[in-house]
Ligand binder design. Structure first.
Ligand code: APR
Ligand code: ZN
Ligand code: ZN
Length: 361
């Protein structure tokens, strides 16, 4: 059997997305069919639409989602119909060199659903990040589903599936922020704002938010930034040093993805401090640093892939903290919209008006 559902499809490079009827197969072995309740609009969806990721049009967009498992295929035991789940980009394999060493968050052989979802004429769809959740239902590998507390709002929960998890994880997993640390976050969009919330959650003594947009700095304050710096008006490195006794922060998180801001992060940290790069650069970007400074300043220069998260460990934990009022995921939901308003949401995102627009079904 298969299911015909409404979904948001990007048919060609730069063309506005369209609402279409797609065909979703019943789950095969190891797969799960999920009825989507909410899905956030992310920059990556726009990158797909613009052909910036690859040319595998048509794309089924949407990947920051939560929903309810409707049915599962043969051999699926970790989730069952009726489970409220957050979707993640990739199911871990359990037997690659990373998995075998007990580091499944680095799994080098992840997978998605094997069967293809299609347009009505049979054209195969490429689901964004292996999910495709601007749809009433989607098909994923069962390992992409993590069960969490049903009482959480779907709009807030789904955000853990991508940008918000990347930011929180950059602070708590990659940066290892601990009680009493000083932290600076450069770039306070959805990812940076989440890094601020994560640093706050981890017990940072000072969280310095840096951005060139005062609207983003205002939100950063609400999420726990103790100080804000507009780096259009003030030198970011000097400001961060000044706020940390002249030394620099223990952990600096770069959530823009540009060489200039990376350089700021590099010099705004204390000796033996940590830089975490969670912003995603583009292929032509290059970084130049005196090698002596790399050596002499010590510490760690790290990249954070998807917040180095392990969904089975991090999603239920963060949802519990959210339900206890210790992590304000609702603050990331600027607006909720309908399935046919994704194109409008792209525009608002482009203008920097929102942290997240979330499609609620
Ligand atoms: N200095 C400081 N902040 C900057 C600068 C700069 N030179 N340039 C841009 N910013 C700020 C923007 O004002 C914005 O608030 O960085 C923020 C980027 O936020 P978003 O565009 O909302 O992006 P976000 O979803 O947070 O993702 C950030 O992480 O996942 C990656 O691809 C994503 O590279 C992107 C980064
Ligand atoms: Zn995303
Ligand atoms: Zn693996």
């Amino acid at each position: 059997m298969s299911h015909q559902v409404r979904a948001v499809v990007a048919r060609g490079k730069g063309a506005p997305v369209s609402l279409e009827t797609i065909v979703v197969p019943d789950p095969g072995p190891g797969e799960a069919l999920v009825r989507i309740e909410a899905c956030g609009v992310c920059h990556t969806d726009l990158h797909y639409r613009e052909g910036g990721i690859n040319d595998d049009f048509p794309f089924l967009l949407g990947h920051e989602a939560a929903g309810v498992v409707e049915s599962v295929g043969e051999g699926v035991t970790d989730v069952a119909p009726g489970d409220f789940v957050i979707l993640n980009w990739r199911a871990v394999c359990g037997h690659c060199r990373a998995c075998l060493r007990g580091r499944p968050w680095y799994c080098f052989d992840t997978h998605n659903a094997k069967q293809k979802m299609t347009l009505l004429d049979g054209t195969e769809l490429a689901p964004a990040l292996g999910i495709g959740a601007f749809a009433e239902k989607t098909l994923v590998a069962a390992g992409q589903c993590t069960k969490v507390d049903r009482t959480a709002s779907a709009a807030a929960a789904g955000l853990l599936g991508c940008g918000v998890m990347a930011g929180i994880g950059a602070a708590i997993n990659t940066g290892n922020v601990g009680r009493g640390d000083t932290v600076a976050v450069i770039g306070c969009g959805g990812v940076g704002a989440a890094a601020i919330a994560g640093a706050n959650l981890a017990g940072a003594a000072k969280v310095i938010a840096v951005d060139i947009d005062d609207r983003k700095l205002a939100t950063a304050g609400k999420l726990g930034a103790t100080h804000t710096v507009n780096s259009k008006e003030t030198d970011a490195v000097e400001a961060i040093r000044e706020l940390t006794g002249g030394f620099g922060a223990d952990v600096v998180i770069e959530a823009v993805g540009r060489p200039e801001t990376y350089q700021q992060a590099f010099y705004a940290r204390d000796l033996a401090g940590t830089v975490v790069l969670v912003g995603v650069p583009t292929p032509e970007m290059k970084l130049e640093l005196p090698l002596l400074d790399v050596f002499g300043r010590g510490g760690a220069l790290k990249s954070s892939w998807y917040g180095d998260c392990l969904p089975s460990r991090d999603f239920p934990m963060l949802i519990d903290l959210y339900l206890q009022g210790r992590l304000d995921l609702d603050a990331f939901v600027t607006e909720t919209i309908a399935l046919d308003e994704v194109e409008k949401a792209f525009e608002r995102m482009h203008h920097g008006d929102v942290l997240r627009s979330v499609v609620v079904l």
